[in-house]
Every structure is written in C-alpha cells, then in structure tokens.
Design a protein around this ligand. Sequence first.
Ligand SMILES: [Zn+2]
Ligand SMILES: [Zn+2]
Length: 169
Amino acid sequence: MSQKDPEARKRYVAEWYRKNRERLLTYAAEYRANNAEKIAATKAAIHKRKYSSDPDYREGMLAYGKARRKSHPGEVREIVRRSQQKHKDRIREYHRSRNATDERRARVAVNRAVMAGKIPRASSLPCVGCGAKAREYHHHAGYDRQNWLNVEPICSQCHKDHHFASAST
Ligand SMILES: [Zn+2]
Ligand SMILES: [Zn+2]
C-alpha cells in the first residue's frame, strides 16, 4: 500500500483489525482477567473523582440509585449489605478517623447550620481575604466546639494561602 494515500491506509488498518479481531478480543479478555484489580481500582478512582467534582455526574448517580432501589429493592439492599460486610474494617477506620477530628466536626456543624438557614451560604458572601466570591468558611478561631460556627467566608485561594502561611489554624 502507498504511504501517501490516507484512504488506502485507513482501509488497510480496518482490514487488519477485521482479520485480527478474534486475537484482539482474546488479548483484551486476557488482559481484563489478569488485571481485574487494577482495572477496578482505576474505575473506582475515576468514579470517585467525578463524583466529588462533577455535580451532574453525582446527581445522575444518585438518581440512578434511587430508581434502582425502587425497581429492585432486594437487589440493592443485598449489594449494599455485601459491600459493607466486605469493607467493614475500612468503613470503621474511615468513620473513626473522620469523626475523631475536631476539624471534621466543625465543618459538619457549619454545613448543618447552612442547611438549616442559620448562616448564609459562603458563596453568597465576599471572601474576607480578597473580596472575591467566597467558596467556603474558615474557622479563624480554631475548631473547638464553642467556635464551630465562628467562621469567616473565604475563597479557595485565600484559604489555601492562609493555611500554608500559618500552620496554627
Ligand atoms: Zn479570597
Ligand atoms: Zn481554614
């Protein structure tokens, strides 16, 4: 075939794939079988990243789960139960480490207060650092219980700068 003729090259590649289809499929299946854990981990990582960063994706997943629970109640309950059983040590460790920290508790308290309408959303306020639209609340007085709602609206950049500059809060 001619290197200069893109159509001929396309045909050649298509022909090659057609001829080697079986071999490619076998190879792919073998790869999947030998790397199941790696593939699952990659998939989980992609899911996790999208779930935390893409609101549309998150909403889609939640809606799907809700619909599935309705149409297949037993199946979903069983999947959740099996997964919790399989990862029970990790789940316990996760909750212990997350709940134990004062910072985590303080953040939960703020989220609750926002949900309950006790304090406005940070995004409706200007950042105390630069005046741009704030994104979150900063616990400027620390994470003790009496200061859980003692917060300042701050943008992500100023928040990062602040926490890098002072290791204290
Ligand atoms: Zn700022
Ligand atoms: Zn902070």
